[in-house]
Structure formats: C-alpha cells, structure tokens
Write a protein that binds this ligand. Sequence first.
Ligand code: 5GP
Length: 125
Amino acid sequence: MAYEYDSENIFAKILRGEIPNSTVADSAHSLAFRDIAPAAPEHILVIPKGAYVNFDHFGADASDAEIVDFSRMIAKITREVGVAEISGGEGYRLITNAGAHGVQDVPHFHVHILGGRRLGRMISA
Ligand code: 5GP
C-alpha cells in the first residue's frame, strides 16, 4: 500500500505561499511557523517541505538530509524560543499525530513544539 498525499491540505498551501503564516524558521528542507490556535504560550509547528503524510511516511521515505534538517530545526527552535532547559527554559513537549486514532487533522507530517507552561499529563482523553 502506498502513501496518498493530498496536495490541497492546508500545510501544502502554506508551503506554496497560498496561505500566510507566521514563520519561525525556514531551511532547505523544513519550515516552522506558529500554530494558528495555540494550545500553549509557545506552540510552533515544524513541517518538512517534502510531501509526507505522517511520521511513518517521513521516517521511511525521506532522505537522510531531510531527516537531519528537520531534527536540527526542532532542536534549534527549542533553544531559540527559550523552552529548552539549556537556554534557561523549563522544558517542552513534542507531539506528532498520525491518522484517526492519533487525531491528525492536517495530513502533512508535522511536529508540534509546545511549551511556556506546565503541560499536564501526556494524554487527556
Ligand atoms: P494536527 O491535529 O493535524 O496534529 O494539528 C494541526 C494543527 O494545525 C492544529 O494545531 C491547528 O491549530 C493548526 N492549523 C490548522 N490550520 C492552520 C493554518 O492555516 N495555519 C496555522 N499556522 N496553523 C493551522
């Protein structure tokens, strides 16, 4: 079974410049921007520029360069926005939702960076 990517999803439109975003970081293979409905004082989405549906797609099919770029961007942002303990913050959470059970709304792989307050238990429902 092959992954089916919907090129009309909202993050694909953001990548094509059809919808504005509040960019936090932009690199060769990845883009980070603020979530439109923040669930914490710091809520940033990091997405690959490639057409990947979710983590199992990205982890299996992305190039090493894409995976490294993506991972480094997340690490850089946690330090730059000040949630990483190494930069004086009090920590953060990374979330990636996949599919129906993961309650994924946008079918373009993304990682949520959440921080700026104590986040509570990992799963609330
Ligand atoms: P998911 O449930 O797929 O993991 O999360 C999708 C996230 O995308 C949600 O947190 C939602 O607030 C965010 N989102 C949806 N549409 C837009 C948009 O047009 N711009 C931005 N910046 N975030 C969006």
